[in-house]
Design a protein around this ligand. Structure first.
Ligand SMILES: NC(=O)c1ccc[n+]([C@@H]2O[C@H](COP(=O)([O-])OP(=O)(O)OC[C@H]3O[C@@H](n4cnc5c(N)ncnc54)[C@H](OP(=O)(O)O)[C@@H]3O)[C@@H](O)[C@H]2O)c1
Length: 361
């Protein structure tokens, strides 16, 4: 790319916003030129606005420290500085819906980490390895919004990334029923142990709204485009419990699965490791070379060993074995703020750029 695309981050001071800032440091296609947050932060430099809230392992990039934070609500002004935006603001669902549409209507593409538009019929919700073809619904969305280049695309919830890719890899065997328990990291709530000390040595058996997302969102990702809308898949039926555990980064999923046509264990592993999609074919900058790894050791995947597999963009699967009640059971692991949040959104933006949906204004 001759000239990098100019990127703005809405909610840049938050946990996911900070992950965007870190991932985009030295990105070959995108350059962060604008950071926006609440009126509380607006007018301060990024460094001042974040203060002691910087939660990344790597230092704050020099290039953003001195950027003056804009107010997310000054839509026209923010939009005039960028080619597209990533959205990671924490507001009410209705406010997020409205503000993301307002940005799209300024002819600024919005790649969102938020859940507000995940079920808007003409908004694609994409894991680029699985359903990059859903981006074709953007043309219908643009008609509704009355835009030529502005649109909204979203990525699904962090909790599904540890098992939904397997369902795509195993499609030909007809995944039919799934019982899932997720063991979710505290960074998924925007927290570290410093600001959530009650989580040390603790487990909380409730994460608001997460079980419904974990049961429903895979079906939309596995669905198809029909008459300008995404129609969700009917199977598999999924039931899920989501549990918060004392882990900083990394959502683990324990899964039981039934198939329409029961395959062998060898077939299942072969399909997992061979699975790839548009990001690998197009060699997108953030694409993991190997999307899904299968680990043979009985004690893997482990958060401390495997969460950063493929720079946090890959998925680790292990312990696949036959079960007494279901066909098989297995364990999955993915990085919730990289693949599950900012990294997944960056990969979506790269796919949208490669497919011509995002370009310089
Ligand atoms: N953490 C994760 O792993 C994860 C994963 C998937 C999805 N999400 C979703 O991503 C979004 C951000 O999550 P987070 O964990 O990064 O939250 P966070 O750390 O609380 O950050 C929230 C961001 O939104 C801004 N903000 C808050 N209220 C605002 C308002 N009224 N107007 C404009 N900006 C406002 C904040 O700005 P100030 O700093 O100025 O207050 C901050 O930049 C949430 O919707 C969350 O549900 C998070």
């Amino acid at each position: 790319m001759e000239q990098k695309l100019k990127v703005g981050i809405l909610g840049a001071t938050g946990m996911v916003g900070q992950r965007f800032i870190s991932l985009l440091e030295n990105h070959p296609w995108f350059e962060v030129v604008t950071v926006a947050a609440s009126p509380r932060s607006a007018g301060k430099t990024y460094e001042e606005a974040v203060g002691d809230r910087w939660k990344m392992d790597t230092p704050m990039p020099e290039a953003v420290k001195k950027l003056v934070v804009l107010n997310v609500n000054d839509v026209e002004h923010v939009a005039s500085t960028v080619d597209f935006v990533f959205s990671a603001v924490d507001m009410s669902k209705d406010e997020i819906k409205a503000i993301e549409e307002a940005y799209a209507k300024t002819e600024t593409p919005v790649v969102s980490n938020n859940s507000a538009h995940r079920w808007t019929p003409d908004v694609p919700m994409v894991v680029p390895e699985i359903n990059a073809d859903h981006f074709e619904v953007i043309k219908d969305q643009k008609k509704r919004l009355g835009t030529t280049r502005g649109f909204i695309a979203v990525k699904p919830n962090c909790s599904i990334q540890s098992y939904a890719p397997c369902l795509a890899a195993w499609k030909e065997f007809g995944p039919k029923e799934l019982v899932v328990t997720t063991y979710q990291a505290i960074s998924g709530a925007g927290k570290t142990f410093k600001d959530w000390p009650e989580m040390v040595g603790n487990i909380i058996p409730f994460i608001g709204g997460e079980e419904e997302k974990s049961e429903q969102e895979p079906l939309r990702v596995l669905g198809k485009v029909e008459n300008g809308q995404i129609v969700k898949a009917e199977l598999p039926k999924i039931t899920c419990q989501c549990v918060r555990v004392p882990v900083l980064n990394g959502h683990t999923a324990a899964v039981f699965i039934n198939f329409e046509k029961k395959p062998t264990k060898e077939q299942l592993i072969e399909k997992l490791v061979a699975f790839k999609g548009f990001p690998q074919e197009a060699e997108l900058p953030s694409a993991p070379k190997q999307f899904i790894q299968y680990l043979e050791e009985d004690n893997r995947p482990q958060v401390t060993e495997d969460v950063n597999y493929e720079r946090g963009m890959g998925v680790s699967i292990g312990r696949l074995r036959e079960d007494t009640m279901f066909d098989y059971k297995f364990i999955g692991l993915s990085h919730n703020t990289v693949r599950g949040a900012a990294g997944g959104a960056v990969l979506c933006a790269e796919a949208l750029t490669a497919k011509g949906y995002i370009a310089a204004k």
